[in-house]
Design a protein around this ligand. Structure first.
Ligand SMILES: Cc1ncc(COP(=O)(O)O)c(C=O)c1O
Length: 488
C-alpha cells in the first residue's frame, strides 16, 4: 500500500475539563485555523493516529471531528493521498487578526520600528528581470552543469556527522585554502589561508566589515558615482558617507582628503570601478595607501568582477601593494560562478581575524557547509580556472558585439566606458531622462540601470549601465536597436 506522508501538526490544544466535547474542540480548532488561513487550501493534515499520539487522547474524538470537517467541506480526502484542507472552501472570510495585520494608513506612527531602519536609503533598487542588459547576469547556458551536478551528487554521498555540525565561522578549511591559492596567484593578493573568511557574497562582506571597523557617525569615502548597495550598508550603521568624485584615474584621492581627511575608511573598486569601469591608476593607488597609513584608516577593496579582462592581463589587486595591512579585500563568486550560490570571501589583515571571527559569531556563523565543500572541489579539480578561461572568450564576444552595436546605433552620441573588463559597461548619453526610460524599458523586457541612479551628488550624468553577460553576440544588435528605439 502507498504510504502517505504525514502533515505538519497544527497548534491544537484540548482541555479535558472543558464543557465542550473533545471532538468539538478539535473541530473548532481546525475550522478556526482554516478560516483564519493559518492552514491553507491543499495543505495536508496529520493522520488521526498521529494527532491522537501528539494530543495524548484516543482516536475516536479525532475521527469524529475529521468526519464532520469532511462532511462540511473543510477537508477533502483522496485515496492514496491522505486528507488535505479543501481547495474549495465553504467560508473564506478572513479572521479578524488577519485583517488587522496591515496597519491603518492614517496612523503609521503607532507601529515603531528602529530609527536606523527608518533612516536607511529609500531609493528602490532598479527593476530587475531576466533579459538583455541585466547587470550581474551570467551566461548560464555555458555553465558546466554536468560537472557541477556530479560534484553535488558526490558531496551528498559523503555527508558525515561532523559536516552537519556548526562549521568554523571563518569557513570550510578546504575552500579557504583553495581561495588563498587562487587570489595569491591570479589577483596578486598577499595572504595565507588563515586570513580568508568565507561569506555569503560581497554584500555580507561589507556588512561584517562595517560592523567590525566602523562606529555610528564615522565618515566613509565612497566613489561617486558608486555602488548604491554599499551606500545602504554604511547608512544603516549610521556612518556618514562622503562622496568622492571618480575621474579617468579612479577615485580622486586629493578630493577625498579635502572633504574628510580623517575618514575612517574608503570603499573602492580599483580594478573595474563600479559603474564607470575605469581602472585606478598606479599613482592613485599609492596615494590612497599613503592616506590610509597616515590617517590610520581602512581601505575596503571590492574586487567583484576583475577576473574578466579583455584588452590586457588582469590588473593586480590594491591589497598586493599594501605594506601596512590597511586593505580589507573582498571577492565574490557571484560573477565567476553564479549569484545564487551566495559565496564570497574577505581577505583579512592578520590582526583583525579575531575581531571578524567574534562579530561573525553574533551573525549567521557561516554559509552552508555543503556548497562550500562542492565549490572547494570545483576549484581544486581545475574546473573553476577552466570555466573562467572559457567564459572570458564568451563574454569577450558579447562585449564586442555590444560595443559595435552601440557605435552603429548611437555613433558619437554615446560615451562608452568600462568595457575593458567585467560583465557590464556604462553608456553615457546627454539630454535623456534615463530613469523614465529605464522604467519603460523594463515593460519591454530590457533591464537598463539608469547611470544617474549611481550618483550620490549632482550633477548626475544620464545614461545606462548595461550588462552583457546574459545576451548572446547574435542577439545583441536587435537588443541595442530596441533600446535605441525606446530612447529616441
Ligand atoms: C560593485 C559590486 N560589488 C559586488 C557585487 C556582488 O555582490 P554579491 O557578491 O553580494 O552578489 C556586485 C554585483 O553586481 C557589484 O556590482
Amino acid at each position: 500500500m502507498k504510504r502517505v506522508p504525514s502533515g505538519i501538526i497544527p497548534v491544537i490544544s484540548v482541555d479535558r475539563k472543558s464543557a465542550d466535547a473533545l471532538y468539538q474542540q478539535i473541530y473548532d480548532a481546525y475550522r478556526g485555523a482554516i478560516v483564519g488561513r493559518t492552514l491553507r487550501p491543499g495543505q495536508r493534515v496529520p493522520s488521526t493516529r498521529m494527532l491522537a499520539d501528539e494530543l495524548g487522547i484516543s482516536r475516536i474524538p479525532i475521527l469524529n471531528a475529521y468526519s464532520q470537517l469532511l462532511a462540511e467541506g473543510y477537508f477533502e480526502s483522496r485515496v492514496g493521498s491522505g486528507t488535505v484542507v479543501s481547495r474549495s472552501l465553504p467560508d473564506q472570510t478572513p479572521a479578524p487578526h488577519v485583517r488587522s495585520a496591515r496597519p491603518e494608513k492614517s496612523k503609521p506612527e503607532a507601529r515603531r520600528i528602529s530609527k536606523r531602519t527608518t533612516s536607511v536609503d529609500k531609493n528602490v533598487p532598479w527593476r530587475r528581470g531576466w533579459g538583455p542588459f541585466g547587470v550581474s547576469q551570467v551566461a548560464f547556458e555555458h555553465f558546466p552543469f554536468p560537472v557541477w551536478n556530479r560534484l553535488i551528487t558526490r558531496q551528498s554521498r559523503h555527508s558525515y556527522a561532523k559536516s552537519m555540525d556548526y562549521g568554523d565561522p571563518l569557513g570550510l578549511r578546504k575552500l579557504r585554502t583553495a581561495i588563498a591559492n587562487y587570489v595569491r596567484t591570479a589577483r596578486g593578493v598577499r595572504c595565507e589561508d588563515e586570513q580568508i573568511m568565507i561569506v555569503s557574497g560581497s554584500q555580507q562582506a561589507l556588512e561584517i566589515t562595517t560592523r567590525v571597523l566602523l562606529d555610528p557617525g564615522d565618515s566613509v569615502w565612497m566613489e561617486d558615482p558608486g555602488y548604491r548597495f554599499a551606500y545602504r550598508v554604511f547608512g544603516f550603521h549610521g556612518c556618514k558617507v562622503v562622496p568622492v568624485p571618480v575621474d579617468h584615474e579612479g577615485l580622486n584621492v586629493a578630493a577625498g582628503i579635502r572633504s574628510a581627511r580623517q575618514a575612517r575608511a574608503a570603499l573602492v573598486t580599483p580594478s573595474h570601478q563600479y559603474p564607470l569601469g575605469v581602472t585606478m591608476s598606479a599613482s592613485r593607488r599609492l596615494q590612497l595607501l599613503a592616506w590610509a597609513e597616515q590617517a590610520g584608516s581602512w581601505i575596503i577593496e571590492d574586487d567583484y568582477d576583475s577576473e574578466y579582462r579583455y584588452e590586457s592581463m588582469p590588473i593586480a589587486s590594491l591589497q598586493g601593494l599594501d605594506h601596512h595591512a590597511r586593505v580589507i579585500y573582498i571577492g565574490t563568486f557571484s560573477k565567476v560562478m553564479f549569484p545564487s550560490l551566495r559565496l564570497g570571501y574577505i581577505v583579512l589583515p592578520v590582526d583583525l581575524v579575531e575581531a571578524f571571527h567574534a562579530v561573525r559569531l553574533s551573525m549567521d556563523i557561516g554559509p552552508s557547509h555543503f556548497f562550500q565543500a562542492v565549490l572547494a572541489d570545483f576549484i581544486g579539480e581545475g574546473h573553476f580556472s577552466r570555466h573562467i578561461r572559457r567564459m572570458r572568450v564568451v563574454y569577450g564576444e558579447r562585449r564586442s558585439a555590444l560595443i559595435e552595436s552601440i557605435r552603429k546605433e548611437f555613433g558619437s552620441e554615446a560615451e562608452v566606458t568600462g568595457g575593458q573588463a567585467g560583465m557590464h559597461l556604462s553608456m553615457a548619453l546627454t539630454g535623456i531622462r534615463d530613469r523614465e526610460i529605464a522604467l519603460r524599458a523594463a515593460d519591454e523586457n530590457l533591464w537598463l540601470v539608469p547611470l544617474s541612479s549611481s550618483y550620490l551628488t549632482k550633477p548626475q550624468r544620464p545614461g545606462f549601465i548595461l550588462g552583457f553577460g546574459s545576451t548572446s553576440a547574435e542577439q545583441m544588435p536587435a537588443a541595442v536597436r530596441k533600446m535605441s528605439a525606446l530612447i529616441r
